[in-house]
Design a protein around this ligand. Structure first.
Ligand code: SF4
Length: 370
């Protein structure tokens, strides 16, 4: 099996019936799903790993989804239809307002939909009630879900190690970091397989030569890109590398919480941009980042957050918008190239640059709440 093939696909290709599959529209407390006997399948990951994602978007457009609707929404609809997923957990608060209408269309098509709402604020008591309610809906218990949390701990620790090997040791590429962290939303549909494959990658990485220490270091913030495969490789071809993938790292929940309520309250993606900044800004300093790529998806409300990031992050920022091109267009390549060139020219020496930024960060962390 190739390093980047999802075992989910292999099982289907072999005609093996999986356990009860449940589609998810973004990261959710999968420990509860696993405790209830489901195999979670992140429809986004299946969509973007498909060799022909356009085909899946076409399924949605043929069924009436508008051209100016986000490609991710159309893609996950296409996956659910094509693969005959019959149950989908749809996140209605804390992700995407489009999911509410997507859920209605799923109902129309006869799918069993389970709405899930993150609390309005990252409060541990509210999260505890949310987890309890989800467990009740799926006929399981929080105690069983906590046991599932323990089972997932080794996979989350491996993801944390991968992340350290990216920014600290420089032996994991930005693309590998993206792939393994983003895949943790459903652990490839099989957390044991995820552990096995990732252990192999980490073992092999120990023998690699590190990236040069003076290579430009970039951060990636925003929702995962539709052109990930191309973006990370192109950035490296220009003499820079991505050492921080904000949302993907959040999906992996690499920092231990001793309960599901704590773990999912520390997860910043469903909440205010200011909560996200309290995670992002210290990481930019720790990882000695020189510049930030903010990805926005066409027709996505989250793009408006660019205004806030530009005010609160004191580093050069390149905002890249993607729609339904799964490779970087010539225009986007030129913008990335010019951005990297500009940072290289502005930087007199790495030491000076990072020292200066560390001082700025210390004051910005304090200011990041409105
Ligand atoms: S990119 Fe934006 S619009 Fe698209 S699914 Fe994600 S949150 Fe929704």
């Amino acid at each position: 099996m190739s390093k980047y093939e999802r075992p989910f696909d292999k099982l289907r290709a072999n005609g093996i019936k999986d356990m009860k599959q449940i589609g998810i529209t973004t990261t959710v407390p999968i420990e509860v799903l696993i405790a209830a006997g489901y195999k979670p399948v992140d429809l986004n990951n299946v969509f973007i790993s498909d060799p022909d994602p356009e085909r899946l978007v076409n399924i949605a457009e043929r069924d009436g989804f508008p051209i100016n609707c986000c490609t991710w929404i159309k893609g996950i609809y296409g996956v659910a239809m094509e693969r005959g997923i019959d149950t989908v957990l749809c996140v209605t608060t804390g992700d995407c307002s489009n999911t509410i209408m997507l859920m209605e269309v799923f109902k129309l098509k006869g799918l069993n939909v389970i709405p899930f709402a993150y609390p309005n604020l990252p409060d541990t008591s509210d999260m505890q009630r949310t987890v309890e309610s989800l467990a009740k809906t799926l006929n399981t218990t929080v105690q069983a879900a906590e046991k599932a949390r323990k089972k997932l701990e080794p996979a989350r620790s491996l993801a944390a190690e991968l992340d350290r090997l990216t920014w600290r040791d420089g032996v994991i590429s930005g693309w590998e970091n993206h792939y393994w962290l983003v895949s943790s939303s459903d652990f490839l549909g099989d957390y044991k397989e995820y552990e096995r494959q990732l252990s192999e990658v980490l073992h092999e990485a120990q023998g690699r030569k590190s990236y040069p220490d003076d290579m430009l270091r970039l951060a990636y913030i925003g929702v995962p890109p539709v052109f990930a495969k191309d973006l990370y490789h192109f950035v490296e071809s220009q003499g820079a590398r991505i050492v921080f993938n904000e949302t993907q790292r959040q999906f992996a929940m690499t920092e231990e919480g001793n309960s599901l309520a704590k773990q999912y309250s520390a997860y910043t993606y469903p909440y205010s941009i200011f909560d996200r900044l309290n995670d992002i800004i210290p990481q930019l300093s720790l990882r000695r980042v020189d510049g930030v790529i903010h990805y926005v998806q066409a027709f996505c409300h989250r793009g408006i957050g660019d205004i806030i990031f530009r005010q609160r992050i004191d580093l050069p920022i390149l905002t890249l918008e993607g729609n339904n091109d799964y490779l970087l267009t010539q225009h986007l390549q030129t913008r990335v190239e010019a951005f990297i060139d500009m940072i290289k020219r502005r930087s007199s020496s790495r030491g000076d640059r990072h020292l200066r930024f560390s001082r700025v960060v210390a004051s910005k962390v304090k200011q990041s709440r409105p």
